[in-house]
Design a protein around this ligand. Sequence first.
Ligand code: 2RA
Length: 336
Amino acid sequence: MKVAIVGVSGAVGQEFLRVLAERNFPMDELVLFGSARSAGRTYEFKGKKLVVKELKEGDDFKDIDIALTSAGASTSKAFEETITKHGTVMIDNSSAFRMDIDVPLVVPEVNPEDCKNMPRRIIANPNCTTIQMVVALKAIEKLSHITRVHIATYQSASGAGASGMAELEEQTKEVANNQDPTVEKFQYQLVNNVIPHIDVFLDNDYTKEEMKMYNETRKIMHSDVQVSATAVRVPVMRSHSEAIWVETEKEISVDAAHRAFEEAEGIVVIDNPAEKKYPMPLYLSGKDEVFVGRIRKDISNPKGLTFWTVSDQILKGAALNAVQIAEYLVKEGIVK
Ligand code: 2RA
């Protein structure tokens, strides 16, 4: 089994290295690809130094079984042919192919079987906010069909990559020293602020980020569920939080919801308000799971529930989900 990482120098690319090593992914060789700027850099993997090769058209992917790609949508589109033409399965973390009808969009806890139909040898990794949400929604859907979801996201700086995290760190120091904060990656100062604007605004006055949650959730869950999101950037380093309201066909009790979350794959419940126990990004970054708390009836809707989720955007929101897809492909013998 030969695996490639494309975009290894980025925040998600670096997390691919860590997750593959930590989960001891079964492979004989790992090849690293990056831009001309990254070519020649070395990264350690399981005690060996690997040199980054420049991603170029040609036959570099001839013997590669799985390529984990996270180098931006334009790069994924430009190199689709180069990566897949010899049969390599491209598990792509960018937004390039997510809504293509012939590309499965997969969260292993929710719709793993969709991996079995990949005519273009591409499997798309959903947007980070969608991944953590559908892991939680899956538990509720098993109890009763979800007809409507409202979400408010509290998205960390890591969603804007390593440079986003660096800018938050820089602003924190500058503001502490009464200096004008550096504002390049985000629309405004992020420290002591929240910004209700992630990606570009569309004609319906939702942002592209918010419409990803509508479109991707319906594709992954094979559902007509109605979804309305407000995506907000908050001064947190690397975990996204989400306040979620669901409406279901049948009324669901809080106890039933609690049990469903407790029993669900990939979820850890932290929910004891009396003891001030609820998920918080500061304490859960670097962990694999989706954390669920504040589970309660939606007092405005007899068929409504509301709850809070936290998950590491770079891990389950990107690198871990992609590696879990690769693990599924190997377990099912889809890639040998
Ligand atoms: C963000 N979900 O948080 C987007 C891209 N990772 O910025």
